[in-house]
Write a protein that binds this ligand. Structure first.
Ligand SMILES: NC(=O)c1ccc[n+]([C@@H]2O[C@H](COP(=O)([O-])OP(=O)(O)OC[C@H]3O[C@@H](n4cnc5c(N)ncnc54)[C@H](OP(=O)(O)O)[C@@H]3O)[C@@H](O)[C@H]2O)c1
Length: 338
């Protein structure tokens, strides 16, 4: 079976094309022919050795994936041959409250992922793919999509008409924008690029701010919301952005801490910034399978087509990683595994 493997911490240069032995599914397992897989910032972090709890041996990377079931074990009940499925980020987190055991493992981090011709795993590790999307499009839900869903509608519990500030135009952020607009939210997006801001306007953004040319962008968020601040911030920036995000958040607002693309160092926050406005600072980590199922239904009902910047052939996985690292992308980067 064709695959790539990587040892955590060896960088993009450590990504190697290999042949892995094929195997048949056990009783509760399914065998999925992977049609498409997409990259996430965490895959770069894993390559650089910045991801938690990596194995000490090379594994097949990537968590996102969509494919068709080509074999089932004799005790499988949820799927049949021919079904199209996507991976669930935390396969042990089916539903309910988070626990450390539910989030202990994820595809392409603690065990083999989706940058391969096939994946054999428990039927519980997959969800039915949206019927309205191609495999390429459906390969973007498992990480970025479900994280944006969790931030807006689970951790954030937003209602139609609420306002949201979305930082940057990467995978999570554009998913958040598309979900926000389908749900009737007021969305402000920041980017380093005016050209990318034009593109987010076409996706429905109500306000746009270039965070390079407007370094005090939190003031512009207040202006765009008539001084009120937003109800929720999709905080993917980390070190350089978190304190500003808190200032851009209104009374009773939630800052959902998701990522650290600007750096993961310490941030100075005055307690009064949270107390005075009764603001909430909440971390999220991907989402449960139940959240992914809710997202799939929402995508189908609202005919949401995820924003894909570029599709790379399987043979060019290294180039796909390098493109992600460049930061030039707008939305998702997909690898065609067929
Ligand atoms: N907690 C979770 O469960 C979870 C899940 C998914 C991702 N994450 C994390 O969330 C972050 C984003 O992930 P991703 O996969 O969406 O990444 P990505 O596709 O690589 O997106 C990166 C984008 O961030 C923007 N950016 C960079 N520096 C910025 C800054 N100083 N201020 C505002 N925006 C900035 C850039 O947008 P412009 O080019 O428009 O400037 C860039 O395109 C990463 O840190 C990732 O590890 C966490």
């Amino acid at each position: 079976m064709k695959a790539y493997q990587i040892l955590a911490g060896t960088g993009i240069a450590g990504l190697k094309r290999v042949e892995r032995p094929e195997r048949s599914p056990d009783a509760h397992e399914v065998k999925v022919r992977i049609d498409a897989t997409s990259l996430n910032h965490r895959d770069l972090s894993f390559a650089k050795g910045q991801f938690y709890n990596p194995p000490s041996y090379p594994i097949i990377p990537l968590v996102d994936g969509c494919g068709e079931i080509i074999a089932v074990g004799n005790a499988v009940t949820r799927f049949k041959i021919g079904d199209r499925v996507i991976t669930s980020y935390y396969p042990r987190w089916v539903d309910g409250a988070l626990s450390s055991s539910k989030t202990a493992i994820s595809f392409g981090a603690q065990f083999d992922g989706t940058l391969a011709g096939e994946v054999v795993a428990s039927e519980e590790f997959f969800t039915a793919a949206p019927i309205s999307l191609t495999p390429t499009q459906a390969s973007t839900l498992s990480c970025a999509g479900v994280t944006a869903w969790n931030a807006l509608f689970v951790a954030g519990a937003l209602k139609p008409g609420s306002s949201v500030l979305i930082l940057g135009t990467g995978g999570v952020s554009l998913w958040a924008l598309q979900l926000a607009k389908a749900a009737g939210l007021f969305a402000i997006v920041t980017s380093s690029s005016d050209e990318k801001l034009q593109r987010v306007k076409a996706l429905g953004a109500d306000g746009t701010i270039n965070y390079r040319t407007t370094p005090d962008w939190q003031d512009e968020v207040l202006r765009l919301t008539a001084g009120a601040g937003v109800d929720l911030v999709v905080e993917v920036g980390g070190e350089d952005t978190l304190a500003r995000s808190l200032k851009a958040a209104g009374v009773g607002a939630t800052v959902v801490v998701i990522g650290r693309v600007s750096g993961g160092g310490g941030v100075s926050i005055e307690p009064g910034m949270l107390i005075g406005g009764a603001k909430r600072l909440v971390g999220v980590t991907a989402g449960s399978r139940a959240m992914l199922e809710d997202l799939v239904r929402f995508v189908d009902v609202n005919r949401i087509v995820p924003t894909i910047d570029k599709v790379f052939p399987f043979d060019e996985a290294v180039a796909a990683y390098e493109y992600l690292q460049s930061g030039a992308h707008f939305g998702k980067i997909v690898i065609d595994a067929r």
